[in-house]
Design a protein around this ligand. Sequence first.
Ligand code: SF4
Length: 340
Amino acid sequence: MEPDLRGLTRADIEAALTGLGEKPGNAGAVFMAVHRRGATDLAQLPGVPARVCKALGRLYTLKPLPLPERKLAAADGTRKLLFRFAGNALAECVVLPGKDQQTACLSSQAGCSCGCTFCATGALGLKRSLTPVEIVAQFEACLREAVDLKSLVFMGMGEPFLNWENVKQAIKILCDSRGRHFQQVKMTVSTVGVIPVIEELTASDLRVRLAVSLVAADPELRARLAPMEKVYPLKRVLAAVRKYCAARQAHVMLEYILLPGVNDRPADSAQLAELIEGIPCRLNLIPYNPPGGPGAATPRVKEFQQELIAAGVRAYLRQEKGADISAACGQLAAYSISPK
Ligand code: SF4
């Protein structure tokens, strides 16, 4: 089957038009017709000569953008959208309300192969990686929910750096000035630590922001909680992060999920502070939410934060949202869609 024109960047369209013997200068109009003007008929792209539409139609299709199957709304205004993509690949995205702006949290994969023990997505295993079109579809659905969408995070289901080519393609589509023109600096990609992609990002001209999920400072504990530690040990991940920060004059967002009695002891905060010393960062502490409901806030959460602050770390407590609809961190598992 012909590829979907929606999954192409403007540069891809230029190359395709050149290959078809058409002027590449038409690529901007084609891109705008598809991504801003909502065209659904490849034979009649608004603002594009009929000859060019016909030529593109020989190589591509233009399918309707997938729509969410269900929507759940939480008491705090968080909304979770559930998609059933081709091949019964279930994925969720979330709109998170903020004081002045709303944030879209997108999935990069249906399920995840990383197997982090505290994460509902990890328990599913990987169904498959999502295509650029499926990632764009989540963004468009979030935009319909929140016209004042100001930031976007890849912190939903999946490890974005294990589907980096498609995530990168979607980022390029979303930031194009002829399309949604969403600023790259307002996009954050979160990883559990895939070193080769951190290195690629360091050398690339993408302006997206990097977030790294630490999980635990102790290597043995981390290997038990996040098996990726055995492939990319956190010490080496953070060495790559230091280079990223130096090369790009950038801060990194570090995330630490607090698992009561597991990685929230005073020895853990001390080891953590030592491990990240000197990294220009903001550290977000995320209280654990068990699958299916909000977790109980423990006094250790505040104490852990204070121990880090005393050690010189800019540590913040993340305000968890949407836990009553399983939309908070680590809870996305498409539970609300029954399997077919
Ligand atoms: S925490 Fe992230 S990387 Fe780990 S299993 Fe869950 S989705 Fe995958």
